[in-house]
Design a protein around this ligand. Structure first.
Ligand SMILES: Nc1ncnc2c1ncn2[C@@H]1O[C@H](COP(=O)(O)OP(=O)(O)O)[C@@H](O)[C@H]1O
Ligand SMILES: [Mg+2]
Length: 259
């Protein structure tokens, strides 16, 4: 855990009060993506946000990342949560530079932070090993499988040692076995590093398997319908009764939140 947060487990990382976001579409009509979202995320939480397509999940992550600004309400980042320095974003579709090797993709982010080339490469090698890509440093993105590209994207995100890691359906496009491996790896990384994660998915099972808290999103326009604290022991067994009960509760909350 980072020293500045070590003494305060209740440190707020991100707080949204009554946040709304309206886009003006090409046709000139307004699209309200988010309406009146209240959400607080604290240091060390692994918050999973589950909701149907189009309910504003990506918009919420973009706001958290500072890519867009709220149209209404207030968004506050905790002290120590600095855009471009300690907030990392793993997008839904991988964003590695296609012409760079896996190693230089990851090292690039470090060099952008002023770390020398040699040290950046050493650190990138370590990160790639940590995400299971040792031996693939010289591959280019198109030579990697979908799961490996997401591993590389996670290594790239970790390179900045994020306080807050934002993830937008990062395992949405991989097969079930790969997804299970990536989920396990992410929980390990979260436990090792004491970072805070906001993870978006439309998969209820994934939300319960990973999160310390599941935020059920409804809409459009997007809003928080319900929240569930998940205190099941890890590794979680999706066949256990408490898991299946939660699954049904979340599914019901999701169905209730659809317009
Ligand atoms: N840049 C944009 N311009 C106009 N409309 C947008 C923009 N981004 C998102 N939207 C609209 O906002 C709504 C929510 O989108 P999004 O946040 O991508 O949902 P989700 O990620 O849950 O599928 C959708 O109706 C989408 O069309
Ligand atoms: Mg989305």
């Amino acid at each position: 855990m980072r020293p500045e947060f070590a003494s305060d487990a209740n440190h707020t990382i991100l707080q949204l009060d009554d946040v709304g976001k309206t886009f003006r579409s090409d046709a000139g009509a307004d699209v309200t993506a988010l309406a009146s979202v209240d959400l607080t995320i604290r240091q060390g939480e692994f918050v999973t946000l589950v909701g149907a397509t189009g309910c504003g999940k990506t918009t919420l992550l973009d706001l958290a990342a500072g890519i867009t600004e709220p149209s209404a309400g207030h968004l506050r980042r905790g002290s120590g949560v600095r855009l471009g320095q300690s907030v990392a974003y793993v997008f839904q579709h991988y964003t590695l530079f296609p012409w760079r090797t896996t190693l230089t993709n990851v090292a690039f982010g470090l060099q952008m932070r002023g770390i020398g080339r040699r040290q950046a490469r050493t650190c990138a090698m370590e990160l790639l090993a940590r995400v299971g890509l040792a031996g693939f440093e010289k591959g280019r993105p198109h030579e990697l499988s979908g799961g490996m590209r997401q591993r590389a994207a996670i290594a790239q995100a970790l390179a900045i040692e994020p306080v807050l890691l934002l993830m937008d359906e990062p395992f949405g496009a991989v097969d079930d076995a790969t997804r299970a491996e990536l989920q396990r790896m992410l929980v390990d990384l979260w436990q090792d590093r004491g970072m805070t994660i906001l993870f978006v998915t439309h998969n209820i099972d994934e939300a319960i398997l990973l999160g310390t808290r599941v935020v059920v999103f409804g809409g459009p326009p997007g809003r928080v319908v319900r929240q569930f604290d998940i205190d099941l022991p890890r590794p979680r067994d999706r066949n256990m009764k408490p898991f299946t009960n939660l699954f049904l509760d979340v599914r019901q909350a999701l169905a209730g939140g659809l317009d």
